[in-house]
Design a protein around this ligand. Structure first.
Ligand SMILES: Nc1ncnc2c1ncn2[C@@H]1O[C@H](COP(=O)(O)OP(=O)(O)OP(=O)(O)O)[C@@H](O)[C@H]1O
Ligand SMILES: [Mg+2]
Ligand SMILES: [Zn+2]
Length: 271
């Protein structure tokens, strides 16, 4: 007798009263039927998969419409672990983070990448972003400057629209938090943004030249220049970020210029 190809349970005889109503050909075909719910389960799993895909496609379509607040450009899209210099600590950490994120489908905490200019903070988050997108996850990349500009121009409608996606996406990346002049308006809007994400309990990656808290500022000059998230945006924002993110200092010298040097020497050597 036939067996279920999933669990191996033998088929059972079909209900004779039901069989009577069928043509001879169908009676023969349906004489024995599965005695388990493996087929239903398989169908349900396929349905769930398609539904997830549909939601993803929908979010992806929407995220494309946020080009004007995002920093995703050619350079960003070309930043992948495959063609990066993987010798630095931040790149190794980022690769492990992306791998675990893809395996688990999410991450319990995000990352707070801070460090001086050109050390590769944006690059590392771009590599994470591209790895996740390749695995069909949704990533929203937001430049605070462009975001503030947009909601100043278009007001509440744009803000609500964007915040909706801030809630939905698998990973939110906020690039370069804190380079701008921080007015009360900006403080308010950044708080709304961070708090919206905070409530979803989903991860955020922040890149910035600032440290998180005032306690990390050592010299009077640093304090005066307000080189912390806390001093510029207030402790309601720095507290939330401290809870949401693994704090990580990106060190090393600036990468900027190494590529320029190579391009120049290639150029004059006629390559
Ligand atoms: N691991 C790496 N492999 C190859 N290129 C890298 C790597 N890290 C950074 N770069 C390159 O170095 C340059 C500077 O990196 P990036 O823009 O990420 O710096 P940043 O820390 O975000 O600087 P800023 O604070 O000014 O925003 C970029 O052109 C980037 O492509
Ligand atoms: Mg950057
Ligand atoms: Zn079965």
């Amino acid at each position: 007798m036939e067996k279920c190809k999933h669990c191996g349970k033998p088929y059972k005889p079909n209900n004779p009263n039901f069989l009577k109503m069928l043509s001879a050909e169908l009676q023969e075909k349906l004489k024995y039927i599965p005695d388990c719910d493996c087929l239903e389960k398989e169908k349900q799993a396929e349905y769930d998969r398609l539904e997830r895909q549909r939601v993803q496609d929908c979010i992806k379509g929407k995220l494309k419409t946020f080009r004007d607040i995002s920093i995703i450009d050619e350079k960003f899209l070309k930043s992948t672990f495959d063609n990066a210099d993987m010798s630095t600590k931040v790149m190794k950490l980022s690769k492990s983070y992306a791998d675990a994120f893809i395996k688990k489908g999410t991450a319990p905490v995000g990352l707070f990448f801070h460090g001086t200019v050109g050390t590769g903070k944006t690059f590392a988050s771009a590599c994470i972003s591209n790895a996740l997108t390749k695995a069909n996850m949704t990533v929203m990349v937001l430049s605070i400057g462009l975001y503030i500009n947009k909601i100043q121009r278009e007001w509440a409608e744009a803000e609500n629209d964007i915040l909706k996606h801030v809630k939905e996406c698998d990973l939110l990346i906020i690039d370069d938090l804190g380079v701008e002049k921080v007015s009360e308006f900006v403080k308010d809007k950044v708080f709304m943004l961070i708090d919206t994400r905070y409530r979803t309990e989903k991860p955020v990656i922040v890149t910035t030249n600032l440290v998180l808290t005032n306690a990390e500022l050592t010299t009077a000059e640093e304090l005066k220049a307000q080189l912390s998230i806390e001093s510029r945006f207030g402790s309601r924002i720095s507290d939330r970020l401290a809870e949401m993110c693994q704090d990580y200092t990106v060190t090393g010298k600036s990468w900027r210029g190494t590529d320029t040097k190579r391009k120049f020497s290639d150029f004059i050597r006629g390559l």
